[in-house]
Write a protein that binds this ligand. Structure first.
Ligand SMILES: C[S@@+](CC[C@H](N)C(=O)[O-])C[C@H]1O[C@@H](n2cnc3c(N)ncnc32)[C@H](O)[C@@H]1O
Length: 257
């Protein structure tokens, strides 16, 4: 366990306040939708959500019929997730463990997701290698990250520079770096969240309208999803990573991390 492993314990009680603001709701809505789209199908799929935190994505996937195990290194974040599962009457297993050493046999899951958590893993490459190991042939590995080269990336890097207790532990990925994390196996990418962190919409509907406008004006996406498909298996959906069509085409050729 690294010295940074429990960095989220201190923020667990306040973490979900973000989802109460219209901007937080919009970011959550956009991110979860892109993740679910890339992970589909979900019904009766054995799904592992890495860095599950307070269960925001885990519970969303469970509500769509996935059989979800949410894994996190922070017991306090998981305690919130368990409470939310009870309140929502959703069956979801939450497990305290390190994403870099998964306590599952090879080929245990149809889907592995990781939403805005890889940025905080001390050993992201090890975590992805473990995720790949526990996937079944034909399974989908879906990783959603804050886009380094965006207004969100800039804001978080500024916070890190000021010693923010959470973001000083973050390592943000550009598209190329994200796509290279599993070596030769290249993912398909999708993206969203064009609205910037300085926006102050009054409602969720206004936030989503502003997001559309920012996209039309060419703002870079604040959120990028990589989707890898493990070769083989009858669960394979839409062929391999290379021929899956993301909802939004991603331009090639971004800069290094
Ligand atoms: C920004 S939160 C994201 C939580 C959730 N996925 C969400 O989108 O709300 C990052 C999470 O990664 C977890 N984390 C950090 N290092 C970890 C590790 N080595 N193994 C498992 N989880 C880890 C943190 O405890 C935290 O809950």
């Amino acid at each position: 366990m690294s010295r940074d492993s429990h960095v989220f314990d201190a923020t667990a009680a306040q973490y979900d306040l973000w989802y109460e603001s219209p901007l937080g709701q919009a970011a959550d809505d956009i991110e979860k939708r892109l993740m679910a789209e890339a992970a589909a199908p979900l019904m009766a799929q054995d799904t592992l959500d890495l860095g599950a935190g307070t269960g925001q994505l885990s519970l969303y996937l469970a509500a769509q019929g996935a059989r979800v195990t949410g894994l996190d290194i922070s017991g306090k974040m998981l305690a919130r997730a368990r409470d939310k599962a009870v309140q929502a009457n959703l069956a979801c297993l939450f497990l305290e463990a390190d994403a870099a050493a998964l306590p599952f046999p090879d080929g245990s899951f149809d889907v592995v997701t990781c939403l805005t958590a890889l940025e905080f893993f001390p050993y992201p490459a090890d975590a992805l290698a473990e995720a790949w190991r526990v996937l079944r042939p034909g399974g989908r590995l879906v990783v959603g990250t804050i886009h380094r080269d965006s207004a969100w990336g800039e804001a978080y890097r500024a916070m890190a520079g000021e010693g923010d207790p959470i973001f000083r532990h973050a390592r943000l990925f550009g598209r190329d770096k994200l796509a290279s994390l599993l070596g030769a196996s290249r993912p398909s990418l999708s993206e969203g969240l064009y609205l910037g962190p300085d926006a102050r919409p009054a409602t969720l509907a206004e936030a989503l309208r502003q997001d559309d406008e920012a996209r039309a004006q060419g703002a870079p996406p604040g959120f990028v999803v990589a989707r890898w498909v493990k070769p083989g298996g009858r669960h394979q959906v839409g062929g391999d990573s290379a021929d899956w069509l993301p909802s939004v085409p991603v331009p090639s050729g971004d800069g290094p991390l």
